[in-house]
Design a protein around this ligand. Structure first.
Ligand code: URA
Length: 241
């Protein structure tokens, strides 16, 4: 069992602000612990299954945060955006305060499964090209998708910035213009450039899977959800060493 820690440290670790601000939240009667009003920031609390309520909102305590987000279009996966608002503006502010980062980026117009975490090792593991983690993208193309194009994607295409070809590791045609394609690397605009290299064009791009983890069907666009140990187990099973 983890050692109990002070309420002030708990609030700070979860992204509720500076130590001082977290103490002030408690002194202002704005914090409840497991349903009861807390008045001592030094009070030591067990963190297992802990729920704090801050300014009327319940928060599960998570030593490290791992979330899945269904990214809507027209948001950039960056804290310093160039042309569109940030995906972080769609998340509760404690997540930004505690330094959550996207686990690999999606283009501003790509939608779907985005993992976000503040666990540096996890982010590294999930994004390392050496780990061979498959990512499945549902591509809606502008033109009909032909078998020749699919064969070309599976046999490898050379993109203009690297002589080493990149491959689709699986392709499943869903309809005349829709293809589910798996890739293991994460090169810049990779799917769009691969489709252009075979003579087609991506009209819409949506990510549905990362490794063995499939986007929950009931997670609607713009919604996020905590990942729990079973989800993380599924993700770590996708990693090859
Ligand atoms: N490939 C792309 O072209 N865009 C993405 O957002 C992800 C993969």
């Amino acid at each position: 069992m983890a050692k109990p820690i002070s309420l002030e440290k708990i609030l700070f670790s979860q992204g509720f602000g500076t130590r001082r601000y977290c103490c002030d939240l408690v002194y202002s009667d704005l914090v409840k612990v497991n349903g009861a009003l807390a008045n001592d920031p030094e009070q030591r609390i067990a963190t297992e299954n802990l729920v704090v309520n801050v300014e009327g909102k319940d928060w599960e305590y998570h030593e490290k945060a791992y979330i899945v987000f269904n990214k809507p279009p027209n948001f950039e996966c960056s804290h310093k955006t160039k042309h569109h608002p940030s995906v972080y503006s769609l998340l509760p502010s404690p997540f930004v305060e505690r330094g959550l980062q996207c686990v690999g980026r999606l283009d501003y117009d790509t939608t779907g499964l985005l993992l976000i975490s503040d666990d540096g090792q996890f982010i590294h593991k999930m994004t390392s090209p050496k780990k061979n983690i498959g990512k499945v993208y549902e591509i809606t193309a502008s033109d009909l998708i032909t078998q020749t194009q699919i064969d070309h994607l599976l046999n490898g295409v050379v993109l203009d910035d690297d002589p080493k070809p990149c491959y689709a590791t699986a392709c499943q045609q869903i309809s005349e213009k829709v293809l589910a394609m798996t890739i293991v690397e994460g090169r810049y605009h990779q799917v769009k450039r691969m489709m252009a290299a075979v003579g087609n064009h991506v009209a819409k791009l949506h990510r549905t899977e990362v490794g063995a983890y499939v986007m929950p069907h009931d997670l609607t666009e713009g919604q996020w959800r905590w990942l729990y140990p079973d989800d993380l187990k599924q993700l770590s099973q996708s990693v090859t060493t």
